[in-house]
Design a protein around this ligand. Structure first.
Ligand SMILES: Cc1ncc(COP(=O)(O)O)c(C=O)c1O
Length: 393
């Protein structure tokens, strides 16, 4: 009766999440050290600015006049945002989506036939498996090197290109390693994309959160033949429920035209972005001028606190994150069972962390997000360090 997709999507099966659900059902309080939802951790887009943006938008959206690429006022505001970041991407080359996950799906659909390959970083954030299954594409890994501050192994990346490769994904700042691809990496990636005539999908959802760089090195600033830059308000403005994302197209004019026309037609078929949210985009950017600097400072300080605290443990090692919300920690015991450790931390310390294999990391690793409130972070990290100190090997 059912399709392969229905067989594939049969809910949560991993032991860690089964255990978490059982503990929650018993009324236990858990501390989630993996959620990237900052408003569970005291960071909120200012409510008065949000209310006033939505109030005006309701009036503007009163008469339904959808645009397949999204309302021009929203695309103008996004184009201005890129101009301030030093990139010229005209509003006509921007298309609104309800979030980056759907942006990926659109992109996979216009570049790949079923069974075609998309190159993506390993480790990687786990949602790709589901999006790839929906789009019928195969994700093929390229390595990020832990021994080289998680830099891209570009020779290996190129060796992974086959006649069925259809696109290269770059995630920078990266989830879960916290790596930011530097100018040289981005330039070489663009050079490979140009030589192999492949589009780059540049996932920049963590772009405002940089701890070392002043500005994010971006494929859209290179001469790659075609770049789809993916971003949105979910992380950037701490507004995941607003469901505003976008794709900014850049590169050779004919390729940009063709990609835009195809995605515009898919988007026109679905018209998935809430019109009130679209009309609110310019005011939401405006309201972010006061909010974003405090938000960025809070994330940077939480990252610093996490680095300081974890550095005190000789049982754990890590590359300090250069951006984003996540950190990958190596357990300095090659025989450690990372899944058992994650289960122990959950059962005995009420801490939810992810074992590395969720992200295709070689064991033994753990992944955590550092966006929790400082007092919570301090306590949880101290408990975690104490756990590793006393753990029997
Ligand atoms: C690297 C990365 N890209 C995309 C997303 C999803 O973004 P959105 O909320 O816009 O769908 C996430 C969510 O955590 C992410 O970590």
């Amino acid at each position: 009766m059912f399709s392969e997709i229905a067989n594939h999507f049969q809910g949560e099966t991993n032991p860690l999440y089964r255990e978490r659900d059982a503990l929650l059902a018993r009324g236990e309080k858990l501390i989630d050290l993996v959620s990237g939802n900052v408003h569970h951790h005291g960071i909120h887009y200012p409510p008065p600015a949000l209310e006033s943006a939505l109030h005006e938008a309701v009036e503007q959206a009163r008469i339904y006049r959808p645009h397949p690429r999204g309302q021009p006022a929203a695309r103008d505001a996004i184009s201005r945002y890129y101009r301030a970041e030093g990139l010229s991407i005209p509003p006509e080359q921007i298309l609104l989506t309800p979030g980056t996950s759907l942006s990926y799906w659109y992109a996979f659909k216009i570049f790949a036939e079923p069974g075609d390959e998309i190159l993506s970083p390993r480790p990687t954030y786990p949602l790709f498996d589901a999006i790839a299954a929906l789009a019928g594409v195969r994700m093929v890994d390229y390595r990020l090197q832990e021994g080289a501050r998680w830099a891209i192994d570009l020779d290996y990346l190129e060796s992974q290109i086959t006649p069925r490769t259809r696109a290269i994904i770059l995630i920078s700042p990266h989830n879960p390693t916290g790596a930011v691809a530097d100018e040289a990496e981005v330039a070489r990636l663009a050079e490979i994309a140009a030589r192999r005539r492949l589009p780059i999908l540049s996932d920049e959802v963590f772009s405002p959160f940089l701890f070392r760089h002043n500005r994010l090195p971006r494929p859209a600033g290179t001469n790659a033949p075609l770049v789809l830059t993916l971003n949105g308000f979910s992380k950037m403005l701490a507004l995941p429920g607003m469901k505003i994302g976008w794709i900014a197209f850049s590169g050779e004019a004919e390729l940009v035209r063709k990609a835009l026309a195809a995605i515009e037609t898919i988007s026109d078929t679905l018209l998935p972005v809430n019109e009130i949210a679209q009309f609110a985009v310019p005011a939401l950017f405006e309201g972010a001028k006061a909010f974003l600097p405090t938000y960025q400072t809070a994330i940077r300080e939480r990252a610093r606190l996490t680095v300081d605290q974890l550095s005190r443990s000789d049982r754990l090692s890590f590359i300090p994150p250069e951006g984003g919300f996540y950190l990958t920690v190596r357990i300095n015991d090659p025989k450690a069972d990372e899944e058992q450790i994650a289960l122990d931390l959950l059962r005995k310390h009420s801490l939810l962390l992810h074992p590395g294999f969720f992200y295709d990391l070689q064991p033994p690793h753990l992944v955590l997000s550092f966006v929790s409130e400082p007092s919570v972070l301090e306590q949880c990290l101290a408990e975690m360090i104490a756990y590793f100190k006393t753990r029997e090997r």
